[in-house]
Design a protein around this ligand. Structure first.
Ligand SMILES: *[C@@H]1O[C@H](CO)[C@@H](O)[C@H](O)[C@H]1NC(C)=O
Ligand SMILES: *[C@@H]1O[C@H](CO)[C@@H](O)[C@H](O)[C@H]1NC(C)=O
Ligand SMILES: *[C@@H]1O[C@H](CO)[C@@H](O)[C@H](O)[C@H]1NC(C)=O
Ligand SMILES: *[C@@H]1O[C@H](CO)[C@@H](O)[C@H](O)[C@H]1NC(C)=O
Length: 428
């Protein structure tokens, strides 16, 4: 039925609104421990910025450390989310271990909230990990809550399940699963772009249980906390092609942006909030490395994912990102991260153009330009050999030129820490 309708639309070339079978949702993964020092106003800011981006809710990643304080902050979050019609989903982080009773309390405390998110008649609960526990643990969690009148739809990120050949094992091991969240939204330690093979396998598995299949979409992955915690994954164009994979190849029930505020892994799209204590090391590669303009990219792709139609663009924009040093420079602090040879030394630019434009990228003596068609397209210009340069970007159209500079310098020396976290800017 739907296939036939879709074919007719294609053959006739007429753009008709094709009714989606199910509504599509977009959430952002939110590190609740980073709300430790939050005031109610911090939640108001985050929730209004997320809504302006088109995000339906936060998946609250909850850890056991400072649990009483964080539960109070979660109460605040619900008090802000409810009048805003914003959803909050509990997600238990198994970097810690959890007493089932603590998870049950957190779920039931907010099950009556208008901001609780129900999927297939159950309250959606997710995780980061938790596959260290057997099915009895998870079945018990669900049946205890059911006895309290709360049916749970359980869609965990069981992170050891990444191999597409393990979907049968996943299903036979866990009768408690209703859906699945595939956490893996970066290449797996390889110098290659991510494909959708893992998504499609686990999507099919999740659908046999009714779903949802939750697909993670992330802009970046870099961590420099020392010891074994130093890595970068090839992410140069990920924030562009991963959205297209979600829209064109996978079409998941839910997109989960990873993340809103995980600063230490460099995949935050929220503002850097001075009320968040990032410890001693992460600020060395996070402070000043603004990512907020990445939200404009999400704002463009989210309605496309929801409706299947690329939204019209009214104002031309170029969102661009780049690291502050070439990958080969020697830095004063930290270790060379694993996979450091994979990122390309370049300024990457994503153009969102209403009609057509020439987009130019200049840095030092390097120049690149392309004819950007209506819609989204990408270009890049290699880092120059000259020291201490900033990019200059132009959007040239028949009606005029818009231009501007990046404000983070690319330097060849004076590197304070091995930093592969990009700075993100916008010209509009
Ligand atoms: C939720 O609502 C039900 C039915 O009205 C009620 O029995 C239960 O006590 C409420 N739970 C909480 C935590 O308020
Ligand atoms: C599941 O794990 C619990 C706790 O480790 C254990 O007591 C129980 O026997 C296990 N159940 C099964 C079916 O393996
Ligand atoms: C990844 O994809 C981009 C285009 O989005 C392409 O320019 C680049 O060469 C690809 N990288 C690898 C390692 O294949
Ligand atoms: C490196 O930093 C020092 C101290 O801030 C400064 O004096 C020097 O000019 C810098 N060198 C370069 C090449 O930017």
């Amino acid at each position: 039925m739907f296939t036939l309708l879709a074919s007719l639309v294609l053959l006739s070339g007429i753009v008709l609104p094709v009714a989606a079978a199910n509504p599509k949702y977009v959430f952002a993964h939110f590190m609740a421990p980073n709300a430790y020092s939050y005031e109610v106003s911090d939640w108001q800011t985050d929730i209004s910025e997320a809504q302006a981006t088109g995000i339906d809710g936060f998946v609250l990643n909850i850890q056991t450390i400072n649990m009483a304080i964080i539960e109070g902050k979660i109460d605040d979050a619900f008090s802000v989310a409810e009048p805003a019609n914003f959803y909050l989903i509990p997600s238990f982080d198994f970097t810690d271990d959890w007493a089932v009773s603590d998870m049950e309390r957190i779920v039931s405390d907010h099950a009556n909230s208008t901001s609780a998110f129900w999927y297939n008649g159950g309250l959606l609960v997710s995780t980061y990990g938790g596959d260290s526990h057997n099915d009895s643990y998870w079945s018990g969690f669900k049946s205890d809550l059911l006895a309290d009148g709360i049916k749970v739809t359980f869609a965990p990120a069981f992170t050891t399940y990444r191999d597409p050949s393990l979907t049968g094992t996943l299903l036979s091991t866990y009768s408690s699963l209703d859906g699945f969240f595939n956490w893996w939204s970066w290449p797996d330690d390889v110098d290659a772009n991510l494909t959708t093979t893992v998504d499609l396998a686990y999507q099919q598995a999740a659908e046999t249980r009714g779903g949802p299949y939750i697909m993670s979409v992330s802009p970046w992955q870099f961590k420099e906390l020392g010891g074994t915690q130093d890595w970068v994954e090839l992410s140069d164009t990920l924030w562009y092609y991963r959205w297209l994979q979600a829209i064109q190849d996978v079409n998941p029930d839910i997109v989960e942006i990873v993340t809103w505020n995980d600063y230490a892994e460099s995949h935050y799209i929220g503002d850097i909030n001075p009320n968040v204590n990032l410890g001693d090391i992460a600020p060395l590669y996070v402070d000043g490395f603004v990512h907020s303009p990445w939200r404009y990219v999400a704002q463009y792709f989210i309605p496309w994912y929801r409706t299947g139609q690329a939204p019209p663009i009214t104002d031309d924009q170029v969102i661009f990102w780049y690291r502050s040093h070439p990958k080969d420079v020697t830095c004063a602090q930290g270790d060379v991260p694993r996979m450091s040879t994979f990122p390309v030394d370049a300024v990457f630019a994503l153009a969102l153009i209403s009609d057509s434009a020439t987009v130019t990228l200049d840095i030092g003596s390097n120049h690149y330009q392309w004819d950007a068609p209506a819609g989204a397209s990408m270009g890049s210009v290699p880092f120059p050999t000259e020291h201490s340069q900033i990019p200059f970007i132009q959007i040239i159209t028949d009606s005029g030129t818009t231009s501007g500079y990046g404000s983070m310098y690319v330097t060849q020396t004076n590197c304070t820490i091995y930093n592969f976290n990009p700075w993100v800017g916008i010209i509009q």
